[in-house]
Design a protein around this ligand. Structure first.
Ligand code: GRF
Length: 207
């Protein structure tokens, strides 16, 4: 177990309310958790999650993608500078609503994870709960995966399942999945931060 002084420093990227970020911050407060939440970065000025992060005493930053027009890589270079200034080791996407270029993904390969609200490889992209209801599946859930250039296609680190119940709508299903996300993401980050799970040559390895 790493000592608090040398725990990997995590940067959480958000765009909105940041409930997953809060679950990570709460987990990282526990003694023995193998990562430190060192920065919360938003692409949306005033995103509610920023204030919640400050409440935990976590440093926050905003890099507004709109300032860079269509130049996605310039936006990412600006984010990358902030991440490096805060000596971030692992990037955690938590409701970060920008698609990354291959440049950024390769720069953080094996050190960047995402949570997606479906049982990947099912229901990539957006409106996953609607997709699940339309498909008529009896089980749904969430996945934490390493980020690779192809959207929602990286090796899956961990998943949690929920039943789809009669009468479910998008909101009831999303709430049931979100409750699972809050337990799953801290566990998956701990596995990555401790080295129990790694991406080696594009392949997920468990040690
Ligand atoms: C979550 O459902 C997550 O799976 C998806 O975006 C949502 C973010 O919610 N990627 P929050 O900002 O963490 O509350």
């Amino acid at each position: 177990m790493s000592s608090p002084a040398n725990r990997p420093r995590v940067g959480v990227l958000i765009s909105g309310r940041g409930s997953n970020m809060v679950s990570l911050a709460e987990a990282a407060r526990q003694p023995g958790y193998p990562a430190e939440i060192a920065l919360v970065l938003s692409n949306v000025p005033g995103a509610p999650g920023l204030e919640r992060a400050s409440g935990f005493g976590i440093a926050t930053a905003t890099v507004d993608h709109r300032a860079f027009g269509k130049d996605r890589e310039a936006f990412e270079r600006a984010m990358d500078e902030v991440l490096r200034a805060h000596r971030i080791d692992i990037v955690v996407l938590a409701g970060f609503m920008r698609i990354m270029t291959a440049w950024f993904v390769q720069r953080w390969e094996g050190r960047m994870i995402n949570i997606h609200p479906s049982l990947l490889p099912l229901f990539k992209g957006t409106h996953t709960h609607r997709q699940a209801l339309d498909a008529g599946v009896s089980e749904h859930g969430c996945s934490v995966h390493f980020v690779v250039p192809e959207l929602d296609a990286g090796p899956v680190i961990a998943q949690a399942k929920v039943p789809v119940l009669p009468g479910d709508d998008e909101d009831t299903l999303a709430a049931r999945v979100l409750a699972q996300e809050h337990g799953l993401y801290p566990q998956a980050l701990a596995a990555v931060a401790s080295g129990a799970v790694a991406l080696v040559g594009g392949v997920l390895v468990r040690r």
